[in-house]
Ligand binder design. Structure first.
Ligand SMILES: [Zn+2]
Ligand SMILES: [Zn+2]
Length: 347
């Protein structure tokens, strides 16, 4: 089989010929249906993120596929089932795992980092993941690429659990890439009165409008802060969600919310992630600032249900599809910032 393998920070990944994995006891093999490319994949390839990434690992953690071979002792799955799983395989015994936050596991193994991922013809579902019931069966009517989005959607649900949207809230989403467009849809579902989306790209703003944004703002041409204050009697929004990893925008988000408002630093910043902020905005205005990273089983199952029901529009998010033989081109296309979500499909 072919796999798009990591060759080190800043080194171009390559499609390489690998042995097709054979499922041992407790394992399953899936035939990859689709793997959507994530901003994190780009950061890995650019050398901005190397922690936990194994040399030679097959990249890709947003993967869905069809059960192709079932190992000894695996029950509940049959050949042809459409499945996906949250990519973090946790230890189950560390502090975060014991507290029910397995996605923050101290000894996590991640699909597409050190476990071979979905930019391949086939992928092996590890025994531990299967034993912890991470593999989720989805409705067969879905296209695999739609189901691949369960991963980013579950991460956004985890973020939403932390920043909360209450009925009637005004929410500002900073950045209308795939993640921003998912937060936008979740804010709508959660009962936001008004969702304002800021992004310099005209096409991304148009997509945000099509997906339910009440107002979109080009921050390079108009005053986002003034607009938000104008809509909220000068108070500011209830919630701001940062969905692009630009350090200066952290402080902008602190300014965008009202007193006692909530800010989510959802996007990761490059390197150690330093950003200059006016901490007194948090102090005097009693802000709540939260983060979010990865997702666990619980949010993943919710994400699959939201996709199956159509409550989240996944088809509009997948704007481009590439064959696996063009994985390099697919990654380069994502780097260009064009389109929303790019799916890679074995050809
Ligand atoms: Zn991702
Ligand atoms: Zn753990």
């Amino acid at each position: 089989m072919r796999g798009f393998t990591y060759a080190g920070p800043g080194v171009p990944a390559q499609l390489t010929e690998l042995p097709t994995p054979e499922p041992g006891p407790g394992e399953l093999r899936i035939r990859v249906g689709a793997n959507t490319v994530c901003g994190t994949d780009l950061r890995i390839l650019r050398g901005e993120k190397s922690k936990g990434v194994r040399l030679g690992a097959v990249l890709g953690h947003e993967v869905a596929g069809y059960v192709d071979a079932v190992g000894e002792g695996v029950e509940g799955f049959a050949e042809g089932d459409l499945v996906a799983m949250p990519p973090s395989v946790c230890c189950g015994v560390c502090g975060p795992c014991r507290r029910g936050t397995e996605h923050l596991c101290e000894d996590v193994h991640l699909v597409g980092y050190d476990i071979d991922g979905g930019l391949a013809d086939y992928m092996l579902i590890p025994r531990e993941a299967r034993a912890r019931r991470q593999l989720v069966k989805a409705a067969p009517h879905l296209e695999p690429a739609q189901l691949s989005l369960a991963e980013p959607i579950s991460c956004c649900l985890n973020g939403l659990d932390n920043y909360r949207v209450e009925v009637g809230d005004v929410v500002v989403i900073v950045g209308a890439g795939p993640i921003g467009l998912i937060h936008l849809q979740l804010a709508r579902i959660a009962g936001a009165r008004q969702v304002i989306v800021s992004d310099p790209s005209e096409t991304r703003r148009a997509t945000a409008e099509a997906l339910g944004a009440d107002l979109t703002v080009d921050p390079t041409a108009s005053d986002l802060l003034g607009t938000v204050r104008g809509l909220t009697d000068g108070e500011g929004a209830d919630v701001a969600v940062l969905c692009i990893g630009v350090p200066a925008l952290v402080n902008d988000c602190l300014n965008l919310v009202r007193k006692r408002g909530r800010v989510s630093i959802f996007a990761g910043l490059a390197g150690e992630g330093w950003s200059n902020i006016a901490a007194n905005l948090i102090h005097y205005r009693e802000l709540t600032v939260v983060g979010a990273s990865n997702s666990g089983r619980e949010s993943f199952v919710r994400a699959v249900a939201l996709i199956e029901s159509g409550a989240i529009d996944t088809k509009s998010l997948i704007t481009h599809t590439f064959g696996l033989s063009q994985a390099t081109e697919a990654i380069e296309f994502v780097a260009s910032g064009e389109g929303i979500k790019v799916a890679v499909i074995p050809d």
